[in-house]
Design a protein. Structure first.
Length: 402
C-alpha cells in the first residue's frame, strides 16, 4: 500500500485559493517569548524544576544524565498542555517522545511535526545545543500548546527524537516501525537548527527529495511563506541533505522535508560546541522560521473550521446559523435565524470554498428557518453553509463523515 494519505485535495491546491483564517490565527498565536523560555531551560541557561527542586540540564547528550532529565522536562510540558505523552524505546538507551492530536475527519492519517532533543558534544562536556536542536524542540512544544483545541482533519504527531546525533537512530526506528505497520503518513516537517542567521539575510532552506510527496510538501512550505507574508528568503534544496531525521522517513518511503537555517552559506560556528547558546540567536528570524514550519504542518493537516479562525476562550460563535446533526453521515438541516427581513442567498460550499449547491435564494422573515443541506451525495470532508444578504453574512462549517 502506498504510504501517502489519499485526501480530497493536496494542501498546496487548497491553499491556492487564499489565506485560511485558521492557519493565520495559528501564526498570530505563536509566542516567541514562550519558545525562548523553553530553549533556555533546555540548554541549561536557566534551571528548571522537574519535581524535586531546581536542577540544571547541563547536557542532553545521549550518554549524559541530562538526556533523561530532558525527557522528563518534555513529558511535563506536554502534560501541562493536556496531552498524554508516549515514550518509545528506540534502542537500549534511546527514548522517543510522542504525542498525538487526533484528527476529526481522517484520524488514521498523520502529519508529523518533529525535532531531535539529544545533543553534542560528548558526555564529558556541556552540551547546551540551543540551536541544534533546542530551537526545533521549542517550536514543537509551542505548536502543541497552540493546536491543542484547534480541530484539524488529519491527526498530528508531535515527535521529539532521541539519538539523532548517533546516526538518526530514534527517527530511523520510528519510521521503520511505521512502514512495517503501513502507517498512513501524509507528511513530515522536521525542524533542525532554525535560530541562527549570522549574516542577517533572512535566508532559510527547505530540503526535499524525489520520495513520495516530499516535493509537494516543499511547495506547500514555499506557498505558506508567500501567502502569509512570513518574509523569509526560502531556498529549496532538491535533492536535499540526509543528515537529519527527515531522511529516516525518506528511507522508509514517506514524504518529508527538513526546515533549517542557511547551513550551506551561513554555518553556525557554535555547531556541536559548548558555546551553542541563545546569545547568538537571531530571535526575529527564529520566530519567522518557527512560524513557517508550524503553519506548513497545519496546512498539511488541513484546518477543519476554516471560517472560524483561532478563537480565544472569550469569543463566542455566531448562533444565528447552525447545522444539525453535525458531524453527519447523511443530510443535515441548517437552522437560520435572520436578524432582519431581507432577501438571503444560502449556499453550500465545498472544502475549497466553491459553491456546489444553492439551498435558498429569496426573502426570509425574522425568525428561525430550517433549510435542507444535501450532504449525503458529497464525499466526506469539511463543508460550509453560508447565508448572505445585503446587510449581513453568516457561516457554519459542517463535517460530512464516512
Amino acid at each position: 500500500m502506498k504510504k501517502i494519505a489519499t485526501l480530497l485535495l493536496s494542501s498546496s491546491t487548497a491553499l491556492a485559493f487564499g489565506q485560511d483564517p485558521v492557519v493565520q490565527g495559528v501564526i498570530d498565536a505563536i509566542e516567541i517569548d514562550s519558545m525562548m523560555h523553553y530553549v533556555v531551560q533546555m540548554d541549561g541557561e536557566v534551571p528548571v524544576d522537574l519535581g524535586a527542586g531546581l536542577v540544571t540540564i547541563v547536557s542532553r547528550n545521549s550518554f549524559h544524565e541530562g538526556n533523561a532529565m530532558a525527557q522528563t522536562y518534555f513529558e511535563q510540558r506536554f502534560a501541562e498542555f493536556g496531552y498524554t505523552p508516549v515514550i518509545q524505546s528506540s534502542s537500549a538507551t534511546g527514548r522517543n517522545i510522542l504525542v498525538t492530536k487526533p484528527g476529526i475527519v481522517h484520524p488514521d492519517t498523520y502529519v508529523i511535526l518533529c525535532a531531535h532533543y539529544d545533543a553534542l558534544p560528548g558526555a564529558l562536556f556541556a552540551a547546551p545545543a540551543a540551536d541544534d536542536d533546542a530551537s526545533g524542540c521549542a517550536a514543537v512544544l509551542e505548536a502543541a500548546r497552540i493546536l491543542r483545541d484547534i480541530p484539524l482533519e488529519c491527526s498530528v504527531i508531535f515527535a521529539l527524537w532521541d539519538e539523532e546525533e548517533q546516526g538518526k537512530l530514534g527517527s530511523d526506528y520510528y519510521a521503520g516501525q511505521a512502514s512495517g505497520d503501513d502507517l498512513d503518513i501524509r507528511g513530515v516537517v522536521n525542524m533542525d537548527a532554525i535560530a541562527y542567521d549570522g549574516d542577517g539575510d533572512g535566508r532559510a532552506r527547505v530540503h526535499s527529495a524525489n520520495v513520495a510527496n516530499s516535493s509537494a510538501i516543499a511547495d506547500t512550505v514555499l506557498l505558506v511563506n508567500e501567502l502569509y507574508g512570513i518574509g523569509l528568503d526560502m531556498v529549496n534544496n532538491h535533492p536535499g541533505a540526509t543528515y537529519s531525521d527527515h531522511a529516516s522517513f525518506w528511507e522508509s518511503g514517506y514524504g518529508a522535508v527538513l526546515m533549517i537555517q542557511d547551513w550551506d552559506d551561513d554555518h553556525n560556528p557554535n555547531y556541536h560546541e559548548t558555546t551553542d547558546l541563545t546569545q547568538d540567536f537571531d530571535v526575529p528570524y527564529y520566530e519567522r522560521l518557527a512560524k513557517l514550519s508550524i503553519a506548513s504542518a497545519v496546512a498539511l493537516a488541513v484546518p477543519w473550521n476554516s471560517t472560524a479562525g483561532v478563537r480565544s476562550p472569550a469569543q463566542k460563535q455566531d448562533r444565528r446559523l447552525m447545522s444539525y446533526p453535525n458531524p453527519t453521515a447523511g443530510d443535515a438541516v441548517a437552522w437560520f435565524e435572520p436578524s432582519t427581513t431581507d432577501r438571503y442567498r444560502v449556499a453550500l460550499l465545498d472544502p475549497l470554498g466553491q459553491e456546489i449547491a444553492l439551498l435558498h435564494d429569496g426573502m426570509l422573515a425574522v425568525g428561525k428557518h430550517g433549510i435542507q443541506v444535501p450532504l449525503s451525495v458529497v464525499p466526506a470532508g469539511a463543508y460550509t453553509v453560508v447565508a448572505r444578504s445585503t446587510q449581513e453574512f453568516h457561516s457554519v462549517q459542517v463535517l460530512r463523515v464516512p
